[in-house]
Design a protein around this ligand. Sequence first.
Ligand SMILES: CC(C)(COP(=O)(O)OP(=O)(O)OC[C@H]1O[C@@H](n2cnc3c(N)ncnc32)[C@H](O)[C@@H]1OP(=O)(O)O)[C@@H](O)C(=O)NCCC(=O)NCCS
Length: 298
Amino acid sequence: MLIRAAHPDDAPAVVALRALVYPYLVRGVESTRQMITEPPPGEEWTAFVAEVDGRVAGWVSAYRNGGTSEADFGEVSLLHVHPEQRGRGVGGALLAEALGHLRPLGIRRVRTGALTDSLPFARRHGFTPSRELRYSALDLRATPPLPDTRDGVRLLPLAGLDPRRMHAVHVAAAADEPGDAPADAIGYASWRYEVWDNLGLDREASTAVEVDGELVAFSLVKRDGDRMWSDMTATVPAYRGRRLARLAKLAALHHARARGVTVAYTSNDESNAPMLAINERLGYRPVAAQWSCLAELN
Ligand SMILES: CC(C)(COP(=O)(O)OP(=O)(O)OC[C@H]1O[C@@H](n2cnc3c(N)ncnc32)[C@H](O)[C@@H]1OP(=O)(O)O)[C@@H](O)C(=O)NCCC(=O)NCCS
């Protein structure tokens, strides 16, 4: 077994392995290659793969969370090992590399995600489960009809919008999403990287809602072929409770379906009652559970 830094040419094998372990996640080969070639700015992002007999059998990425106001908060993301290679120390070796990358950066608290079956592994390595996340899927053939919009309400594809305006509404609307680290400090460069310039973003299907000329809600669509991921749906606080998030998401799903998407996935914190209510009414069904787990680094 060899643990080494991920290389852009690993992207197809990395995506194939991810599809095996997390079939409900959506990030295609080109978007994965882009992430390895040009990592997110300012996060000291890195990724490692485990090679067994010359084949990619495991993955982990590690970085500073640059989008939260909590100082020195790190992420160990998507640690996973091929099911046939488990129980041989591959996961532990990948995790040790990831934490070894974060320690010299001065990271004090680390978050990672763990499937329910992997919680004993996470606990053994010092992580404590903190919050449960629900992953859900929707077959787009069953998308409910789009309601008529009220006077003054306009649905707009992201493609025609000024990215500075979109960034501003994203920051204002998404800062209080429930989670272990508030997403309350998303800078413009990071946002450009994660959202606007992301190869997976479908700017025609991603939809914003304007009310009387003001951008107040949106729903993002990231794609890999005929599968999509709703990366964020949000409404600025002053406009909540008017079914605008539901409208944005439903319109985005309709546009995505018209553009060839057949299935949509999303994840929500189990405490995010309004977003879970929206998704349930749209017809999403749970497909997996994961835990957000925290550890102190010393
Ligand atoms: C979640 C969020 C997008 C909802 O926006 P919104 O515009 O108020 O949503 P809508 O009005 O379209 O729908 C809210 C639904 O939640 C329901 N709801 C609200 N509070 C609820 C609660 N505590 N328990 C159960 N349902 C609740 C409402 O009744 C409504 O359902 P209905 O249309 O069937 O009546 C908004 O709170 C937000 O931007 N939060 C921060 C970002 C975020 O967490 N995004 C989701 C990331 S996964």
